[in-house]
Design a protein around this ligand. Structure first.
Ligand code: F6R
Length: 255
C-alpha cells in the first residue's frame, strides 16, 4: 500500500505511521481499508467500535456515497459486544455499527457478523461466534482501537495470548473510559463477549488506530515493552503484519 507523505516510519519500529492530527491518522486508516476492499471486494474485515474508528467509518461512507467503492461483497466480524443488550439498544455495539457504518452504505446484513449480547446462554453465543469466525477462514484486515489499559477487543490485562472468543468481565478502567459514550444506559455493562487475542493474531493483517494523549502510555507499553499479559496490545508485536496509525499525541511517549 502507498503510504501518505505525512507518514513517519520509525526505523527501529517498522510500520508505525505517525500523523499530526487524529483526523489525518483516521484518514490513512480509511485509505488502508479502502485499498484492501478495492484489491479484493470479497475481503473479510474485522471491525471495532468506540470513539476512535468513527472518523474512519465516516470516510468509508463518504467513499461509498461518491460511488468509489461498494461493500456489498465484504464480510465483517465485530470484535465484541456488551452482554445483556439487544441489537437495537442504542448502547449496543450492533446499534453503533448500524448508525456509523452498516446502515449508511451497502453492506449485506447476511455478511455482517455480530455477537448477540441478548442471550440467556452467553457461553453458547461465544461458541457460535467462534464457529462463524473459523468458518470464514481468516480475517484479511483486523481494525483495532486501544484501551488506555492496553486492551484490544475486550481482552483486558491478564488475558492470555492463546485466548479465544469468550465471556469476560470488563476492567474498572474500561468501565470508566466507556461511561461518557453511553447514550441511554446509566452505567456500562460489566460483562461482554469478545474475540480472543489468538483470534486477533490470526488475521492476515492488523491495523491499530490510537489517537489522543490518553492512549500515549498504552502505546508506549505496547511498542516498547516485551509481550506480556499486563498489556494485551503488546502481543501485536508477535504478528508479522501489524500497522500502527497514531497521531502525535498518542505517539508522544515512544520517543
Ligand atoms: C471496541 C473495542 C475496544 C476499543 C477500545 C478503544 O470494539 O474492542 O477495544 O477499541 O476500548 O475505545 P475508544 O476508541 O472509544 O477509545
Amino acid at each position: 500500500m502507498a503510504l501518505s507523505s505525512q507518514t513517519t516510519a520509525l526505523a527501529q519500529i517498522p510500520r508505525v505511521h505517525i500523523f499530526p492530527t487524529a483526523g489525518e491518522a483516521a484518514d490513512a486508516v480509511a485509505e488502508h481499508l479502502l485499498a484492501t476492499v478495492k484489491r479484493n471486494p470479497k475481503s473479510v474485515l474485522g471491525l471495532a467500535t468506540g470513539q476512535t474508528p468513527r472518523h474512519v467509518y465516516a470516510k468509508l461512507v463518504h467513499a461509498f456515497r461518491e460511488g468509489k467503492i461498494s461493500f456489498c461483497d465484504v464480510e465483517t466480524f465485530n470484535l465484541d459486544e456488551y452482554c445483556g443488550l439487544t441489537a437495537s439498544h442504542p448502547d449496543s455495539f450492533a446499534a453503533f455499527m448500524q448508525r456509523e457504518l452498516f446502515g449508511l452504505a451497502d453492506f449485506d446484513p447476511r455478511k455482517t457478523n455480530l455477537i448477540n449480547g441478548d442471550v440467556q446462554d452467553v457461553v453458547a453465543e461465544a461458541r457460535r461466534y467462534a464457529t462463524r469466525l473459523k468458518e470464514s477462514g481468516a480475517v484479511d484486515v483486523q481494525l483495532l482501537g486501544l484501551g488506555t489499559n492496553g486492551h484490544i477487543g475486550f481482552n483486558e490485562p491478564g488475558s492470555a495470548s492463546d485466548s479465544h472468543v469468550r465471556v469476560v468481565d470488563l476492567a474498572d478502567e474500561t468501565l470508566s473510559a466507556n461511561q461518557p459514550s453511553l447514550i441511554e444506559l446509566t452505567s456500562v455493562p460489566e460483562r461482554a463477549i469478545t474475540i480472543g487475542i489468538a483470534d486477533i493474531l490470526h488475521a492476515r493483517e492488523i491495523v491499530m488506530l490510537a489517537t489522543g494523549s490518553a492512549k500515549a502510555g498504552a502505546v508506549r507499553r505496547s511498542l516498547r515493552e516485551a509481550p506480556s499479559t499486563d498489556c494485551p496490545a503488546s502481543f501485536l508485536g508477535t504478528h508479522q503484519a501489524v500497522h500502527w496509525y497514531l497521531d502525535n499525541a498518542a505517539a508522544a511517549e515512544i520517543g
